[in-house]
Design a protein around this ligand. Structure first.
Ligand SMILES: [Fe+2]
Ligand SMILES: [Fe+2]
Length: 350
């Protein structure tokens, strides 16, 4: 049902226009003698079309249109103005103020009905388009959110798959992801980077699924030869994750290949030095080593937080980027909280 406001001080015209609108079908007319009342009703109800007379006491048609257009949401409501046939100047002024179309008095019935019908059709078409655009935007937002959620789920499942073979626990992955995010935040990285580091760092050791069991699960220290095989997990992880369009997977590939590089250049797999090591890798290196030290492993007991902290300080600028070490200690309270919150599961290797 289309709602049409008719504002005219002449009763004869109101009755006539109301009757013509009624004949159009699916249209309901609201009639106003007083333009002030008419304007108030239009602002409250946003009609599909407004028919307004020009010559009225208190407020003329141009003033009415000016006030209407100045109100939020009323920019596009079609307005048909009724003027005397010799009012060319008035019609031009009304156009400038936002009238959509005109009819001249005396109003021809057929012309009135046709004009109203056409203006309603345009108005309804525009409304449908706007609704559809809003609906589409909403659907795209929903779909994008679903894609992100699925991507995140897949990544978590991939990390879990690696965990099944890795003696390191899920708690290690959680803690080091949180530590990594703390460091990234403290370094002042943009929110997107902080989130990516948090989401991608759990996959740092995913390349371990390519390391044979007798090495990966060996209790006690590895021989030099075995360690050389173990080192391959960085490159394998990179091979697995690289080349994706996903920002998180790109970050994860970078972290996988660079989390065992050392600031002094004697790390692996490439022996890159200092800031040539990707920042994500430098961040995760601090988080990963700190958590490995403070966790129980088959070949060593857990270090105290203070012992591990002393090691990080000692290795700042040697193993680690000093900026990342400083950032880590700037959030020491949060580090202790994370360490306490995500405990290793009983019965599982540390
Ligand atoms: Fe690793
Ligand atoms: Fe790790």
């Amino acid at each position: 049902m289309n709602r049409i406001a008719i504002i005219d001080d002449s009763e004869i015209n109101r009755v006539l226009f109301g009757a013509l609108v009624g004949k159009l079908g699916l249209c309901h007319a609201e009639l106003f003698r007083d333009p002030v009342d008419g304007l108030a009703w239009c602002l409250a109800h946003a009609p599909d079309l407004i028919v307004v007379d020009y010559m009225m006491p208190d407020m003329d048609g141009i003033e009415f249109i000016s006030r209407l257009r100045a109100s939020p949401g009323m920019e596009d409501v079609p307005v048909l103005m009724i003027t005397a046939s010799d009012d060319r100047g008035v019609r031009h002024e009304a156009l400038r103020r936002g009238a959509s179309d005109f009819l001249t008095k005396p109003v021809d019935h057929v012309e009135f009905s046709t004009r109203v019908r056409n203006m309603l059709a345009l108005s309804n078409g525009r409304r449908k388009l706007a609704d559809r655009a809003a609906w589409l935007a909403e659907e795209v937002a929903k779909a994008t959110e679903a894609v992100h959620a699925r991507e995140q789920e897949l990544l978590i499942r991939m990390s879990r798959a690696a965990e099944f073979r890795d003696p390191e626990t899920g708690a290690h992955i959680l803690r080091m992801a949180h530590y990594s995010r703390l460091i990234a935040e403290e370094l002042g990285l943009p929110d997107d980077d902080c989130r990516q580091i948090f989401q991608a760092s759990p996959m740092h050791d995913i390349g371990k699924i390519g390391i044979p069991d007798h090495i990966l699960l060996k209790p006690g220290r590895l021989t030099l030869e075995e360690f050389e095989v173990m080192k391959r997990h960085a490159q394998i992880g990179h091979e697995l994750l690289k080349g994706s369009a996903s920002m998180i997977l790109q970050a994860a590939a970078t972290i996988a290949v660079s989390h065992h590089e050392r600031f002094d250049g004697v790390g692996y797999p490439c022996g890159v030095v200092g800031e040539a090591i990707p920042l994500y890798g430098r961040v995760v290196a601090v988080a990963d080593v700190f958590d490995a030290l403070t966790s129980t492993r088959p070949y060593k007991p857990a270090w105290s937080l203070d012992e591990a902290a002393a090691y990080l300080r000692d290795q700042s600028a040697a193993h680690f980027d000093p900026a990342c070490v400083d950032a880590f200690f700037s959030r020491w309270d949060a580090v202790q909280q994370i360490h306490a919150q995500y405990r290793d599961e009983v019965g599982k290797g540390g």
